[in-house]
Design a protein around this ligand. Sequence first.
Ligand code: HEC
Ligand code: HEC
Ligand code: HEC
Ligand code: HEC
Ligand code: HEC
Length: 176
Amino acid sequence: MALLSALAIWLGGGAYVMLGAQPEAPEEPPSAETETVADATEQPIAFSHEHHVTEIGIECQFCHAYARRGPVAGIPPVQTCAGCHEVVLNEEPEILKVLDYWENEEPIPWVRVHNLPDYVRFSHKPHIRAGVNCADCHGDVGSMEAAVQVESLSMGWCVTCHEEQDANKDCLVCHY
Ligand code: HEC
Ligand code: HEC
Ligand code: HEC
Ligand code: HEC
Ligand code: HEC
């Protein structure tokens, strides 16, 4: 999966589709055991989850604020970064890049990592409400630099957990 993520980053936008359409992706071992740390330099900014989550202690939902409320967790706007970095480390080269985006009112062009095919209906909200943890689906992001995909996101992966947790398995729950 690290390979796929690397591919996605390497190929840029075009690979989103590839990542989404990977029905034959082999099952990955449980995410906690997967030591995949992407090279943060592949993203436009060398943003480290480990720094921000584990060392500084910022909650996932401070940055991914929509997870509880809607389908997408969302990537934080540059404003969230600027809120701290106009003051914190504001002379470091990597932070100057962030502040450039902020001053030019341009979004940071983060490379998307996860992407389900369009015919799949997925929403964060019911999962967060039911108490499923971010780590159950995304692994230990707090020990990653750039986020990487650690689960296959295959239908089998979704359905297995729905079976285990007594969630709905009707086709139309996940398909339009
Ligand atoms: C819990 C969610 C979930 C349920 C329930 C579910 N699916 Fe899926 N299904 C998915 C996901 C996710 C994919 C995309 C898999 C991928 O990209 O690897 C998928 C893919 C598919 C595909 C495309 C497979 C391919 O090889 O391209 C078909 C067809 C499909 N599902 C049919 C069904 C049918 C029929 C049912 C009911 C018996 C069903 N699904 C129930 C999540 C679900
Ligand atoms: C300080 C803000 C911040 C915090 C806190 C944070 N993230 Fe992120 N997250 C980002 C940014 C920026 C990106 C885009 C760069 C990347 O993909 O690494 C991202 C990307 C992601 C992605 C990949 C999104 C995609 O493109 O598919 C996941 C999954 C993710 N974060 C999960 C988490 C989890 C889980 C936590 C808590 C353990 C967390 N994040 C905490 C800022 C944050
Ligand atoms: C709540 C405050 C806060 C927010 C919000 C925040 N950061 Fe940080 N960031 C920090 C602190 C504090 C450090 C120093 C961490 C350390 O050295 O352990 C840091 C370090 C960094 C570094 C490393 C700088 C270097 O070269 O040493 C980068 C890059 C960075 N942040 C980018 C971002 C981006 C991009 C965002 C928005 C997605 C963001 N930060 C959001 C507080 C924040
Ligand atoms: C039940 C599994 C599951 C849980 C729990 C989960 N996610 Fe996700 N997450 C996904 C899937 C699947 C995608 C890809 C969605 C798509 O492509 O439409 C995703 C995408 C994302 C993205 C990319 C941007 C977006 O919103 O599509 C971020 C960021 C993210 N998740 C963060 C989080 C955070 C933070 C938490 C905990 C608060 C969390 N996720 C909980 C499965 C999950
Ligand atoms: C780690 C376990 C887990 C995984 C993995 C998981 N789900 Fe779920 N899902 C749940 C639980 C628990 C619920 C909430 C059930 C409830 O509230 O009754 C849920 C609810 C849902 C719902 C709302 C169902 C409803 O009745 O409204 C949808 C849609 C859904 N999941 C789609 C998916 C898709 C698509 C995937 C794979 C991409 C996926 N889920 C992966 C555990 C999981």
